[in-house]
Design a protein around this ligand. Structure first.
Ligand SMILES: Nc1ncnc2c1ncn2[C@@H]1O[C@H](COP(=O)(O)OP(=O)(O)OP(=O)(O)O)[C@@H](O)[C@H]1O
Ligand SMILES: *[C@@H]1O[C@H](CO)[C@@H](O)[C@H](O)[C@H]1NC(C)=O
Ligand SMILES: *[C@@H]1O[C@H](CO)[C@@H](O)[C@H](O)[C@H]1NC(C)=O
Ligand SMILES: *[C@@H]1O[C@H](CO)[C@@H](O)[C@H](O)[C@H]1NC(C)=O
Ligand SMILES: [Mg+2]
Length: 337
């Protein structure tokens, strides 16, 4: 017999709530029987026992603000705006015992600039199990919702998943990857969960976190970054206000973006639009050095330079920004080591 979702739920309810007082009214025979069954069950499912121990409780879910700050500073290169907004937004939300609505972040930018990376860092500093937590859910449009014509099916499925998971644990996190490839109707279907409602059908979503990842608006961001570069201004001088309004508008009005005319943006349900800047040569070098460190290789600047030089940069005339960000560094590095 394969361990099923139902067993998981039953056991996690039992283990997480403690077996103590609740057992009293049950007769001894039943209690003994249950204990025996439980023991047998646990013994034969040792590999998943590990998972049973994760509970929707502070021991497993607690925010580490210093941890997030350190991780952002140490592991994320060239994203001063995104790092700052993320730290403020997540800290503010997690330190508020009574949030009025769930936290909704929309991460935008060129490919390979760190959107998935930052989502991972957020998860790791909230959930002990990080991305492997049972309370972190990743939906990838092209994987989970591939056929636009079936969006009505997806819609009810997705709504049930979100409801079910938040019922299980208020502090659930949902990451929607490739949001720009998602059917606008599907995007709108999650709207009720994101709003300022006390409860929707008896379930409160106020402690959940929703993160949307997309390349929508990436062109506009790159354009602004290029203007700064051409004016000889420091990249760190680029501020959120230089990008934010423009970003929301371009995402909203672009009929290719998936967010096109969705009421998410209309109704201000997204708390923060987080722009990711395209990465320059020096950031790619930093990524290569970090990758070497991660693999516990001796860091070698020459190799990092070689790797960075292999990548393609845009625009054609200036060649400032890496077309794939830091994305292919890992495989390029294999070649040199
Ligand atoms: N700003 C960055 N700092 C450090 N590493 C980065 C950065 N951006 C990307 N990387 C590294 O490059 C790889 C790809 O990054 P990631 O998956 O986060 O990109 P993405 O923004 O999600 O791209 P896409 O839009 O294509 O999904 C990862 O290994 C990540 O660690
Ligand atoms: C928070 O993160 C920091 C840095 O990673 C770490 O030193 C510290 O032990 C963490 N705190 C808790 C409570 O886990
Ligand atoms: C939670 O979400 C996952 C998808 O990430 C889904 O498979 C699962 O059925 C959901 N759980 C509930 C209780 O709805
Ligand atoms: C999208 O917008 C562009 C210009 O804004 C227009 O030329 C194009 O026909 C539109 N496409 C669709 C599918 O509406
Ligand atoms: Mg990504």
């Amino acid at each position: 017999m394969k361990p099923s979702r139902r067993h998981f739920l039953l056991l996690s309810v039992l283990l997480c709530s403690g077996l103590g007082g609740a057992m009293e009214p049950i007769s001894t025979t039943i209690a003994v029987g249950m204990a025996a069954t439980l023991t047998a069950f646990l013994a034969s499912y040792q590999d998943i026992l590990y998972h049973f121990t994760e509970c929707c409780r502070p021991g497993w879910i607690s925010f580490n603000g210093t941890g997030l700050e350190e991780d952002l500073n140490r592991n994320v290169f060239g994203q001063h705006i995104a790092s700052r907004i993320i730290l403020k937004a997540v800290s503010g939300f997690m330190n508020n015992p009574n949030p009025k609505k769930p936290l909704v972040l929309s991460l935008h930018g060129w490919t390979g600039t760190g959107k998935n990376l930052i989502s991972q860092l957020i998860a790791e500093n909230i959930y002990k199990e990080g991305m492997g937590s049972n309370f972190v859910h990743v939906f990838t449009s092209t994987l989970h919702f591939p056929h636009p014509s079936q969006y009505l099916t997806y819609k009810s499925q997705l709504q049930q998943w979100i409801k079910g998971n938040v019922t299980n644990c208020e502090q659930s996190m949902f990451i929607f990857d490739e949001m720009d490839k998602m059917h606008p109707g599907l995007i709108d279907s999650i709207k009720p969960f994101l709003d300022y409602y006390d409860k929707v059908d008896g379930v409160s979503y106020r402690k959940a976190i929703f993160i949307f990842l997309s390349n929508a608006g990436g062109d506009g961001i790159a354009q602004r970054a290029l203007e700064f570069w051409k004016e000889g201004r420091n990249r760190e001088e680029i501020e959120l206000k230089d990008l934010e309004t423009h970003l929301a508008l371009s995402v909203f009005n672009n009929n290719q973006s998936g967010f096109y005319r969705t009421s998410l943006i209309d109704k201000n349900l997204v708390d923060f639009f987080v722009p990711f800047l395209p990465l320059e040569y020096r950031h790619v070098v930093q990524c290569a050095m970090a990758e070497m460190r991660e693999r516990q290789l001796a860091t070698n600047k020459d190799v990092a330079d070689k790797v960075a030089k292999e990548l393609v940069y845009f625009p054609k005339s200036e060649r400032v920004f890496s077309v794939k960000g830091c994305k292919t560094i890992s495989s390029k590095l294999d070649y040199y080591t």
